[in-house]
Design a protein around this ligand. Structure first.
Ligand code: NAP
Length: 476
């Protein structure tokens, strides 16, 4: 069902598409397949609902968000089970994601009350300046499948807190997660027209309507850099505001003064999270030559022990990839690396037959001897392959780490405080984990530099993305 103007309804064409379990191929349900006219109706509803929603007090909007936060936590287990079925991540990680998704709702319920303006001194004695901060209007969100609930709340919660209304197009692989997330907000009392959901199997006409309809004043997109560039280009035609959360190619640097065992455990944990399908997943693991042997032995041992399978089965820590195309990409990157001289230390192949039948499983993989000529050194892998590169000195590794068009997350392992600061300041990335594999939280700004995006989500900055500043110059 689509959710437009406070009502659940089929698409105008009555077309539907299937949602499937990537671990088995089983059909999970049918979803309404929106067309352009449904999107136009959703935008009209959001436009109509905007003035009244923007006029509500921040306290009223905040109260609805608090209720949504409570409901999301009450429904945590059902949401997590659905996420594991539809997206594939192991149930433990799905529960963590629902918690993370709820964190954004709570954070923005709090921040809604802190949209402060400013008073600025003038050079004229008879003049006063005030700055008002007002909602941008109707926002449109386009979201990916890899974090199918938190990527929605990271956009819906700040939009509602700011006083914007929103139309959301979720990824076609995870529409059921979007439906259940919308039920949370609808049941929390979000008024008709303030949030609208248009799931679709064909993103082009949906994107085209969102981008060409002048009522939409803001586009917030999370997905690949390729599509992000296209969308930002189109948004420029009407000078719509944009936030872009795009791809990454994170370096993970282990310096000679770090504990190689702890670093290898960290690398194994973060690399295989969500089957490597995370924008902050390490994509080049740089290890100093002096500790490479211990690091590789530990990494290899940890990865060999990871259990792959259906995310609802016991003891599974790595689920399936999202689709056949992802498997093809893994094969291409491994074949290319091997043909250029890399060694496969663990994994390196698709998992087939038995419990893997019908699913898109790839064995957790470690490859060493990776060099800049290889595809994996530049192309986002988005899968369970850990490529290791040996380095000799600090300046060299900083240069190599920055040698990418991406700039989202990066990781450093060192026990030298000066080095930690020096390297962190020299890295061209939006987020840096220092002896830490999770530099994220609803309270800190998430986002990248270079081709990893524009703007930030979460934190105070995440709310600013939905606000315009308006100056009042007053002559006394
Ligand atoms: P994607 O292929 O770019 O798709 C993202 C969204 O864009 C989907 O809803 C997709 O719809 C839609 N889309 C595709 N073509 C479109 C068009 N012409 N017009 C309008 N919408 C269009 O990315 P993905 O494969 O879902 O996600 C993986 C990527 O997201 C990776 O690169 C990852 O690094 C990035 N990501 C970034 C962050 C971050 O915060 N920086 C977080 C998570 C993921 P369909 O589903 O219908 O194709």
């Amino acid at each position: 069902m689509l959710y437009i103007n406070g009502e659940w309804a089929p698409s105008r064409s009555a077309r539907e598409f299937e949602s499937r379990d990537p671990a088995s191929g089983a059909v999970l349900g049918q979803v309404a397949d929106a067309g352009r006219e449904d999107v136009a109706a959703a935008i009209a509803a959001a436009e109509q609902a905007f003035p009244a929603w923007a006029k509500r007090t921040a306290y009223e909007r905040s109260a609805i968000l608090y209720r949504a936060w409570e409901l999301m936590l009450e429904r945590k287990e059902e949401l997590a089970q659905l996420m594991t079925r539809e997206q594939g991540k192991p149930i433990r990680m799905a529960r963590t994601e629902v918690g993370y998704a709820a964190d954004f709702v709570l954070w923005f319920a709090e921040e809604a009350k802190r949209v402060y303006g400013e008073t600025i001194p003038s050079s004229r004695a008879d003049q006063r300046f005030h700055v008002l901060r007002q909602p941008v209007g109707v926002a449109a969100a386009i979201t990916p499948w890899n974090y199918p609930i938190s990527m929605l709340t990271r956009k819906i919660a700040p939009a509602l807190a700011a006083g914007c209304t929103i139309v959301v197009k979720p990824a076609e692989q995870t529409p059921l997660c979007a439906v259940e997330t919308f039920k949370v907000f609808a049941d929390a009392g979000v008024p008709a027209g303030v949030i609208n959901l248009v799931s679709s199997s064909d993103p082009e006409p949906i994107g085209d309507e969102l981008l060409s309809n002048p009522a939409v004043r803001k586009i917030t997109f999370t997905g690949s850099t390729e599509i992000g560039k296209f969308i930002a280009g189109r948004a420029a035609e009407q000078m719509k505001r944009v936030s872009m959360e795009l791809g990454g190619h994170a370096p993970f640097i282990v310096f000679p003064d770090a504990d190689p065992v702890r670093a290898a455990k960290g690398a194994a944990a973060v690399k295989f999270l969500n089957t490597g399908q995370a924008c902050i997943s390490p994509n080049r693991i740089f290890v100093h030559r002096s500790i490479a042997e211990t690091f590789l032995a530990t990494l290899r041992e940890r990865v060999a022990k990871l259990k792959t399978g259906h995310g609802l089965a016991d003891g599974i820590s790595v689920g399936p990839l999202i689709d056949e195309q992802a498997l093809t990409k893994m094969q291409r990157q491994v074949d290319d690396a091997v043909s250029h001289g890399a060694d496969v230390l663990v994994g390196g192949e698709q998992l087939k037959g038995g419990a893997y039948e019908g699913g898109y499983f790839w064995a957790p993989t470690v490859i060493s001897g990776v060099t800049p000529e290889m595809l994996i050194y530049r192309e986002e892998t988005f899968g369970p392959i850990a490529p290791v590169i040996i380095f000799d000195d600090e300046e060299e590794v900083i240069r190599m780490a920055n040698d990418t068009t991406y700039g989202l997350a990066s990781y450093i392992y060192t026990n030298d405080l000066s080095r930690a600061y020096r390297v962190a300041e020299a890295l061209d990335f939006g987020m840096i984990g220092i002896n830490d594999i999770n530099p994220t939280s609803a309270a800190v700004p998430f986002g990248g530099v270079k081709e990893s995006g524009l703007g930030r989500e979460g934190a105070r900055e995440g709310l600013s993305e939905y606000l315009n500043s308006k100056v009042l110059g007053i002559a006394l």
